[in-house]
Design a protein around this ligand. Structure first.
Ligand code: HEC
Length: 504
């Protein structure tokens, strides 16, 4: 068990501006970080009351980590891959875990001659964050585009300028700027404005991240993103067979979007809220629409992906959403921390995940969806013998979806996947990821206003958002399935442009 009296206090009192600690339990009175070189959470300590600027100015305070490489897409034809995953839950879950593993690939942070492991996803560019790295790239891009436009000798394309901007400043990531309390306690957009009046049910807190190729594409397509209309009719044919969006070109296959959700886990006996996700819970979610109340569960910082902020607080990663553009419809994966990680959605977790960060990833469960429709006729089938609780939970979601088919053409069985910590609003538990994400930057025709994500699962909207939003309704996807277009990037691009006095 971790306790504040072990290891951390002496370091806090030490004169060093900033140190990094690895591993949850230090020997009593340890004066220096352990010599371990792999595994364990990244801990960032700084002496209390220190000016963060001074911290950054010192070489020790600059927790620089090389910006991780791009995600390498699965080496399969995207259409064949899509069909395979849509038709087989076993293939889908196997692929989901494999993608998680790829995103955990350790990147090395070196400080004072010691090396620490940071998962690949954590080195990428932060979007909605106190460390707004995507916004900085957008500003840089607009400035260089404006300069090019003003220079008669500049003939660079937007894609070329975007590529150059990605190679400029910010190729290293400074974790001192990211691991600050303000960032880890920021309420996620999906949780803004919601309060069920239940203090146990704290709102999702955290930040979004995007892979380098995602960010580069946002820059190159900035005009299309900013000027994308939310009034494109749902049944308007897409621009071409290879392009879903009337606003932007589709992302490259290496593009990845990530959303993280953290809870503070300080104190002598830290606890986080957690949900049952067994068959009974899934049946209740599908029927009632809402995740049952969570319980507060003890958590050991060595059993959850943990970071320590510059002001000395510990935060544990409760959930992470990962979406990769491996297929045109993206692959939608979510992990949640569980006190019983080897049951239901954790039963098929590959043992290889224990290799990373001292084994913390063995405490997470996973669900994945890759399509609107469930075309596996018996998605629980391959788990019946060896992983019966997983089979039962999947069957519960399937049975629920079978009952909730709308009249034709929305009469297909749809997929289900929901993170109990993030899709936790009333009614939101029976959705799937892709179903809701299709409605980013669209118009609610019944209410004659932009669609809110919360419209998508309201039963009264059934005709406009069939199957509680799970079914494919749209012929086009203006925002390419990214809610961040309207919630993050449009405003950032507009502001950067106006600041530069630049017009398209
Ligand atoms: C009912 C709607 C809804 C559902 C269901 C939903 N999301 Fe989201 N998602 C959102 C909203 C709103 C955001 C907020 C965008 C922001 O803050 O930038 C978001 C953000 C994200 C992001 C960050 C990138 C972006 O801008 O889109 C990822 C990745 C993501 N969701 C994945 C998932 C996964 C995986 C699931 C299924 C387990 C899921 N979502 C279910 C509405 C939804």
């Amino acid at each position: 068990m971790f306790s504040a009296s072990r290891g951390f206090v002496p370091l806090l009192a030490a004169a060093a501006l900033t140190g990094v600690l690895l591993g949850a339990c230090q020997p009593q009175g340890a004066e220096a970080p352990p010599a371990a070189t792999a595994g364990g959470p990244v801990r960032i300590l700084s002496a209390k009351g220190l000016n963060p600027q001074a911290g950054e100015a010192s070489p020790q305070g600059r927790l620089l980590i090389g910006r991780g490489k791009d995600y390498t897409p699965l080496n399969e034809d995207p259409k064949a891959l899509f069909d395979k995953l849509e038709g087989s839950m076993a293939e889908r879950r196997k692929t989901g875990w494999a993608i998680v593993e790829a995103l955990l690939e350790p990147q090395k942070l070196t400080l004072d001659g010691k090396t620490y492991d940071v998962p690949l996803w954590h080195t990428w560019y932060e979007g909605m964050s106190a460390n707004p790295e995507v916004d900085q790239k957008i500003k840089l891009f607009i400035a260089q585009l404006a300069a090019c436009k003003a220079d008669a000798d500049c003939h660079k394309s937007r894609a070329e300028i975007a590529h150059e901007v990605m190679a400029q400043s910010g190729t290293d990531k400074n974790l001192v700027r990211s691991l600050v309390s303000a960032n880890l306690t920021q309420v996620l957009k999906q949780s803004e404005g919601f309060d069920r009046g239940n203090p146990e049910d704290e709102l999702g807190q955290g930040f979004t991240l995007f892979s380098p190729s995602f960010v580069e594409h946002v820059l190159a397509q900035a005009q299309g993103i900013e000027t994308c209309s939310n009034k494109i009719p749902w049944n308007q044919a897409p621009p071409s067979a290879g392009q879903f969006s009337p606003c932007v070109e589709e992302f490259p296959r290496s593009a990845v979007m990530v959303k993280t959700n953290w809870d503070q886990i300080d104190g002598a006996s830290p606890k986080v809220s957690a949900h049952a996700t067994d068959a009974a819970a899934v049946t209740a979610v599908l029927k009632g629409g809402t995740w049952p109340k969570p319980t507060l569960e003890p958590v050991d910082p060595s059993g959850i992906y943990t970071v320590q902020t510059t002001d000395g607080k510990l935060f544990g990663l409760k959930s992470i959403h990962i979406s990769t553009k491996d297929t045109r419809e993206w692959i939608w994966i979510t992990l949640w921390w569980s006190p019983k990680p080897d049951e239901d959605f954790g039963q098929d977790r590959p043992a290889s995940l224990a290799r990373f960060n001292g084994g913390v990833w063995s405490h997470y469960k996973m669900c994945v969806t890759t399509a609107f429709n469930e075309t596996d006729p018996k998605p629980w089938g391959s788990y019946e013998t060896a992983q019966p609780a997983l089979a039962a939970a999947i069957k519960a979601s399937y049975d629920g979806a079978v009952e909730q088919r709308n009249p034709a053409p929305y009469d297909k069985v749809t997929t289900w996947c929901s993170n109990p910590n993030l899709e936790h609003h009333t009614g939101n538990g029976r959705t799937n990821c892709i179903g809701c994400h299709q409605y980013s930057l669209t118009w609610n025709e019944l209410k004659e206003r932009p669609a809110y994500f919360s419209d998508t699962y309201a039963a009264s909207m059934a005709a406009e958002y069939p199957q509680y939003g799970r079914a494919r309704r749209r012929a086009n996807f203006p925002a390419e399935f990214a809610w961040s277009f309207g919630m993050e990037f449009q405003e950032q691009i507009k502001t950067a442009r106006e600041d530069q006095g630049f017009s398209w």
